[in-house]
Design a protein around this ligand. Structure first.
Ligand SMILES: [Fe+2]
Length: 150
């Protein structure tokens, strides 16, 4: 079981990274789609906030210890912090890429939990996968509607 809680700590780190990164995009996005994207990034950091707590409490329910410092999150996340993205398109691209990375990694953990007989954890992770896949579709549709960079 410890393998599953170790993997859950990586998801916890990723959700924390996304929580901060999506705030950055919420504050710094500019352009004609500001209002829509400002609101969308808020919706997404709220989802990250809910999910990180869900994952941490699942780790505790399994008898594990959720990591809980920013340093630990930065050490364990598979994602990178906001940085060079300046345009709305760059930000959308980065979120879509991160969400795809997280979906792949959640699927692997779900399989691992299934093998360990822990279908409750798999159910939780499948819920996150379902939501992220929906958001990937919406963000991709939005990105196509934005002016294309030269
Ligand atoms: Fe705000």
């Amino acid at each position: 079981m410890s393998k599953v809680t170790d993997r859950l700590n990586i998801h916890l780190a990723d959700w924390n990274l996304l929580y901060t990164k999506l705030h950055h995009y919420h504050w710094y996005v500019t352009g004609p789609n500001f209002l829509a994207l400002h609101a969308k990034f808020e919706e997404l950091y709220d989802y990250a906030g809910t999910s990180l707590d869900e994952v941490a409490e699942r780790i505790l329910a399994l008898g594990g210890k959720p990591i809980s410092t920013l340093k630990q999150y930065l050490d364990q996340t598979m994602l990178t912090e906001a940085g060079k993205e300046k345009t709305a398109e760059d930000m959308l691209e980065s979120v879509i890429k991160d969400f795809r990375t997280v979906v792949d990694s959640l699927k692997e953990t779900g399989e691992m939990a299934d093998e360990a007989g822990d279908s409750v954890t798999t159910d939780m992770l499948n819920g996150h996968i379902e939501e992220l896949q929906k958001q990937i579709w919406m963000l991709t549709a939005t990105a196509k509607g934005l002016p294309v960079k030269a």
